[in-house]
Design a protein around this ligand. Structure first.
Ligand SMILES: [Zn+2]
Length: 77
């Protein structure tokens, strides 16, 4: 059974807020469309982790359409 758009949106929004993995090779991928998200803000290293904020710019992506910021966490330098 397919999920409704609003269920999908709530799930994607919570993933974007909880944080996705950041990998040096690929960057952070949008949890909704899976495309690389553009970095909007990079925080300095805090111990072993680094937080970044991104925005998805893919047309038709729900996270792009609501201008949701996507948090990412990098653990490997
Ligand atoms: Zn997206």
């Amino acid at each position: 059974m397919q999920k409704s758009i609003s269920e999908h949106l709530v799930l994607m929004k919570s993933q974007a807020e909880a944080g996705v993995d950041y990998r040096p090779r690929t960057g952070a991928l949008c949890p909704s469309c899976g495309k690389p998200a553009k970095i909007t803000h990079t925080r300095p290293w805090d111990g072993e982790t680094r937080i970044r904020y991104h925005r998805c710019l893919t047309p038709d992506c729900v996270l792009a359409s609501i201008r949701q910021s996507i948090k990412s966490v990098q653990v490997d330098r």
